[in-house]
Design a protein around this ligand. Structure first.
Ligand code: HEC
Ligand code: HEC
Length: 499
């Protein structure tokens, strides 16, 4: 691929934008298509702005059937789809596009990640935001029969219902998770045989592990490490006895805390929502299109997501300051930890991910203290991430359990919460107060005590707490900032070329 040629073309294409930066009318739909597709080997020659722009195209581009949107014929199931459910999804009334349940359910990422704030009417939109109720994803579950073509018209739907969160601040979250994983893996390796070792990462407890006399981690009947908690995978060995690379890996993304990186998440999103597969040279979904998403394109998409803007806090008034103290006093901050520190400013984007070694295969480093992420630098050479979460999974009670009885969710980050209604994993809570009360209804919920404390506060104090949460705001969407940033970088590059 002629990247330098492209770069020059891109610079010229972007020039008019300098003049029209205000209206953001730039058509990136044709960039990075045809001969300008992004291969892994191209990454080394692209500037960060070029990667982000290419990633923004991936995020906002309506995928076409000719590019691989959709799955192959489901009847009979695709022979090459053995072992995974992709390639076997029918479409609504056989129309070749949407089924809604278990995907295909959209044509672009932006369709579901586009609400910046719902605080005022009408709501404001922008790239990377949350989704409303009609963007809620319906995932088919174990006992599901969704046969929309069946003649007896029997449909039995049972599965996951998940509302889209925003992508803002994702880079800071990924870096925190990487460092926490590294800490847990070190403790796992160093834990002595014949003893119990407590697990901690950034001050968050992940329970403990016990090693037997032979140095093997002691497991329960389900194969999970006795005493360990809080990560998605707690089993040191896979069913076949092999080492499980995901054991004690902090996976912050997804409502259930099951995706370790934006890249990891994006692979699933592309496949689930659009039937766009990252399987270079192959056609796993049997739709006659190969190279639907190139590895380099997945990489730039994750760079785009991981360099989105960061949520911010408005200066609190006296009432909000009181509320800030209250969330601490009543125990909310046990899980919604106000801020965590990273040891470095530099997030490494990797391809492919090695679950238990976040330092492997890095293709791009990004300084998170730079715009547009603009995390505040700390005193140890890293950045402060004001997330209001612990990147740990907790049991939320029977009322929040999903269809399969699974009530474990990752602590929702409260940054931006003033703008991101509806709340909770399935969007069932329309107000913040409703969200608070709903996740502590069941005495078995880990949030029960803190939420009971909230319920026992005077109305004045409850309002102060809500006033504090109302200071936590979403950024204005990553699109205008990226355009300005790209424009500056292009101007800079041209200055350099001119010399
Ligand atoms: C049909 C709606 C929909 C579309 C289209 C969609 N998403 Fe999402 N997105 C969601 C939902 C729902 C979640 C929560 C998923 C979960 O909990 O597992 C989510 C979560 C995410 C997250 C994790 C955020 C976090 O903090 O946990 C990222 C990153 C993300 N989406 C990126 C993408 C990208 C990239 C695309 C396009 C390839 C995309 N999404 C397309 C609905 C959508
Ligand atoms: C045991 C850990 C824990 C405690 C304690 C806790 N929370 Fe949560 N919180 C969670 C989890 C986990 C979720 C996500 C639930 C879901 O996805 O359905 C959540 C979700 C929320 C949400 C919804 C956010 C959104 O965007 O959907 C709000 C608001 C919230 N918590 C506020 C509070 C307040 C205020 C307190 C104190 C009264 C509190 N929480 C105590 C773990 C906790």
């Amino acid at each position: 691929m002629k990247l330098r040629t492209f770069s020059a073309a891109c610079s010229f294409a972007l020039l008019p934008m300098l003049a029209t930066a205000g209206d953001n009318k730039i058509d990136i739909g044709q960039l990075y298509t045809g001969e300008f597709r992004v291969e892994h080997s191209d990454l080394a020659n692209m500037t960060l702005a070029e990667k982000r722009l290419a990633g923004m195209r991936m995020f906002t581009n309506p995928f076409l059937k000719s590019q691989g949107f959709g799955d192959g014929d489901d009847n009979p199931p695709s022979p090459s789809a053995t072992g995974n459910h992709e390639g076997e999804r029918g479409t609504l009334q056989g129309n070749g596009s949407f089924q809604r349940i278990n995907g295909l359910d959209a044509q672009t990422c932006l369709e579901c990640h586009s609400v910046i704030s719902r605080r005022k009417v009408p709501f404001t939109t922008g790239i990377g935001g949350v989704g409303g109720i009609n963007n809620t994803v319906l995932g088919a579950g174990g006992a599901t029969l969704v046969d929309l073509k069946s003649t007896d018209k029997k449909t039995n739907v049972n599965g996951r219902v998940i509302n889209p969160p925003f992508i803002f601040g994702a880079g800071g979250i990924e870096l925190l998770a990487n460092e926490m994983t590294i800490a847990l893996q070190k403790q796992l390796a160093a834990a002595p045989a014949g003893a119990t070792t407590a697990l901690f990462a950034k001050g968050v407890s992940f329970g403990s592990i016990t090693k037997d006399a032979f140095g093997e981690v002691v497991v329960d009947a389900d194969g999970n490490a006795v005493g360990a908690e809080g990560t998605f995978r707690l089993n040191p060995r896979n069913a076949d006895g092999s080492h499980n690379e995901d054991f004690l890996v902090v996976a912050p993304f997804g409502r259930k805390g099951d995706a370790k990186s934006t890249r990891d998440f994006d692979i699933g999103a592309l496949s689930f929502h659009f039937g766009m597969r990252v399987d270079e040279g192959l056609d796993h979904d049997n739709d006659g299109v190969v190279n639907e998403v190139l590895d380099g394109e997945l990489s730039v998409l994750s760079v785009f997501v991981g360099t989105a803007q960061t949520p911010f806090a408005k200066a609190p008034d006296a009432e909000a300051v009181r509320g800030r103290h209250l969330i601490n006093e009543i125990g909310c901050t046990g899980c919604h930890i106000p801020s965590m520190e990273t040891n470095t400013k530099h997030l490494g984007f990797r391809a492919p991910d090695v679950a238990n070694d976040p330092t492997a295969n890095v293709h791009t480093y990004v300084n998170l203290a730079r715009a547009p992420m603009s995390f505040e630098k700390n005193e140890i050479g890293g950045v402060t991430v004001e997330l209001f979460a612990d990147l740990k999974r907790h049991y939320m009670g029977a009322n929040l359990e999903e269809f399969n009885g699974d009530g474990m969710f990752t602590t929702m980050r409260l940054w931006g919460v003033a703008d991101t209604a509806p709340y909770l994993h399935d969007g069932r809570a329309f107000t913040i107060k409703d969200a608070i009360q709903t996740h502590g209804l069941d005495p078995a919920s880990e949030a029960f005590t803190a939420v009971s404390n909230f319920n026992n506060l005077s109305e004045d104090d409850q309002n102060a707490l809500l006033a504090f949460l109302d200071t936590l705001r979403s950024p204005n969407g990553t699109f205008p900032r990226l355009l300005n940033h790209v424009a500056n970088e292009v101007a800079l590059e041209q200055g350099v070329t001119a010399n």
